[in-house]
Design a protein. Structure first.
Length: 220
């Protein structure tokens, strides 16, 4: 693996790219505890969960990774992120909540995996507020937050929403320290059916890396 990750995935698969990002920003150590409160089927963690010949996985390179999701995918905690409570702090939080709003409003081929996007724009903003308000207290001072998010072309509204920009804007208790672009390997077959398309077909996803803003350090 390269010493430094490159800001786009090139030909790497999602799991490989995520591993580059995570291992660079939060190098593996038995001392470190991570939280993924919207873990889903853990596609991101593919490189960490596949066993080697001795049956060990790379997840074991960290002290612990706590997986939680509102749906039961067989992970350790089944909970709405809003109801989670911890009496410990983490070295890193990986946050990948539903990234669009308005059903059938996206070009994203991966919506098959997690259902259609029935949440409202306010619901999407609430996921940002949760991160901004609650995550600083869940993170150690040196801790990092990795947000996975995407922009959206809303077909019905015929409007482009630069959600990644909104994320950066709303996370006022954090400072953006890095940004990566994952270029999708496949495209929605319906994306080109939009008549007089007012913006390009969105073919990428972001990984935004934050640290706590200075005024948040040791406030908890
Ligand atoms: C984009 S998917 C996450 C994909 C995941 N990172 C992976 O690697 O497979 C979004 C996840 O957020 C979960 N989710 C939605 N609302 C939630 C909530 N209020 N609290 C916790 N998880 C939630 C969904 O069940 C879904 O698994």
């Amino acid at each position: 693996m390269a010493k430094y990750p490159i800001s786009h995935n090139g030909k790497k698969k999602l799991g490989e790219f995520f591993r580059d990002i995570l291992s660079f920003h939060i190098p593996a150590s038995k001392e470190k505890i991570l939280l993924d409160p919207t873990c889903g089927r853990r596609y991101l963690w593919e490189e960490y969960t596949k066993p080697d010949l001795s049956g060990n996985t790379r997840l074991e390179e960290y002290g612990k990774v706590i997986f939680s999701d509102v749906k039961d995918y067989g992970q350790e905690i089944v909970s709405d992120v809003r109801s989670l409570k911890f009496n410990q702090q983490f070295d890193g939080i990986i946050y990948d909540p539903p990234y669009f709003f308005g059903y059938s409003g996206s070009d994203d081929p991966r919506r098959e995996d997690y259902g259609d996007y029935v949440q409202t724009y306010d619901d999407l903003l609430e996921f940002m507020e949760i991160a901004n308000e609650r995550f600083p207290s869940w993170l150690k001072d040196h801790g990092k937050l990795i947000v996975k998010c995407a922009d959206q072309y809303h077909t019905k509204e015929r409007r482009f929403y630069p959600h990644h920009y909104t994320w950066i804007d709303k996370l006022t208790n954090f400072e953006l320290i890095d940004m990566f672009i994952f270029i999708h390997h496949r495209m929605s077959p319906t994306a080109f059916q939009v008549k007089d398309r007012p913006c390009s077909v969105i073919m990428h996803t972001y990984f935004l890396v934050f640290k706590k803003a200075k005024n948040m350090i040791r406030n908890f």
